[in-house]
Design a protein. Structure first.
Length: 66
C-alpha cells in the first residue's frame, strides 16, 4: 500500500505522529510503501528516519492541507 491509497484512519494516524520514530513504526506496522521521491530524500542524507518523516509531513500538507 502506498501513500495515495491510505484510508482516512491511516492518514489521521500519520498526521498524529509527532516524531520520526513514531512515523517509522506506523509505516512498518501498516506496510506502507514509500514513493521513490521519499527514498530520493533519504539517499545521501545523514538521518534517513528524519528525511522520511519530513517527506511524509510535506506530502500530507500538500495533498490534504494539514
Amino acid at each position: 500500500m502506498n501513500l495515495d491509497n491510505l484510508n482516512n484512519d491511516q492518514l489521521t494516524r500519520l498526521q498524529q505522529c509527532e516524531t520520526p520514530e513514531q512515523l517509522m513504526s506506523l509505516i512498518e506496522t501498516e506496510g506502507i510503501e514509500l514513493p521513490d521521491e521519499a527514498l530520493d530524500d533519504v539517499a545521501g542524507g545523514i538521518n534517513p528516519t528524519a528525511a522520511i518523516y519530513q517527506f511524509v509531513k510535506r506530502y500530507l500538507t500538500k495533498h490534504f492541507g494539514n
